[in-house]
Design a protein around this ligand. Structure first.
Ligand SMILES: CC(C)(COP(=O)(O)OP(=O)(O)OC[C@H]1O[C@@H](n2cnc3c(N)ncnc32)[C@H](O)[C@@H]1OP(=O)(O)O)[C@@H](O)C(=O)NCCC(=O)NCCS
Length: 189
């Protein structure tokens, strides 16, 4: 049986192993990890796909801020990643199931923008597009050309020139206190 549900504290060792297996031990040198350093993922938006208590997939979201370099203002965003499916079961539809379920929860909670570093070939089908022609840099000035965004129509537009920076939390967000560890699974099948 496949279950997609909220990540539990006890899943952490399995998730770390899954990420090492999927991305290799050098994964923490990626620019996206700089946005997560010393910051916890958003607990209520951290999901795993498991089969018989074995974690086969993980997806997490982090708080981040887009700083408008010219205007000086800040906007909050969700930053997606890492997303990983165990190599033994890649290409069997689990990735799509996990992303669809997680983004449905993001939409249900009325988050208007999600960003990530990835390829449009994979993430395009979930509504992500390149941030170009806007230019939003990442820590270390790498990967800006692979920065993708998914947003709903009512969101304030991205600055022409911005910086994506880490945030220590979601400030004043709608989801405070709305979910708990007893949240029902997103998928059972
Ligand atoms: C990327 C990943 C999460 C996809 O999960 P998955 O369970 O293997 O993929 P799915 O079975 O859900 O595939 C869904 C679709 O995406 C396509 N796809 C899978 N991996 C892809 C990739 N890296 N790039 C482009 N398309 C990809 C599949 O061909 C499939 O297409 P279809 O719907 O037209 O048949 C998983 O393969 C993974 O963890 N890969 C290692 C990390 C990685 O490569 N990340 C880069 C993504 S940009």
């Amino acid at each position: 049986m496949i279950i997609i549900d909220q990540e539990h504290v006890l899943d952490a060792p399995q998730i770390e192993m899954l990420l090492d297996t999927t991305f290799g031990l050098g994964r923490k040198s990626k620019s996206s990890y700089s946005l997560r350093e010393n910051i916890d993922p958003i607990h209520d938006l951290s999901f795993v796909l498991r089969s018989n208590n074995v974690v086969l997939g993980t997806i997490r979201f982090w708080p981040a801020v887009i700083h408008d370099v010219l205007g000086g203002s800040d906007q909050q965003t969700l930053f997606l990643g890492p997303l990983a499916i165990h190599p033994d079961v890649q290409g069997t539809g689990y990735g799509k199931m996990l992303v669809d379920a997680a983004l449905a929860k993001v939409d249900e909670l009325s988050f208007s923008r999600v960003m990530l570093v990835g390829c449009t070939k994979y993430y395009g089908k979930f509504g992500f597009r390149s941030v170009k022609p806007k230019y939003i840099s990442l820590p270390g000035n790498r990967d800006a050309e692979r920065l993708l965004v998914r947003e709903n129509g009512s969101v304030r537009s991205l600055p022409s020139l911005g910086r994506l920076i880490a945030s220590d939390g979601l400030h004043g967000n709608c989801m405070d206190g709305r979910m708990s560890d007893n949240e029902q699974p997103l998928y059972v099948g």
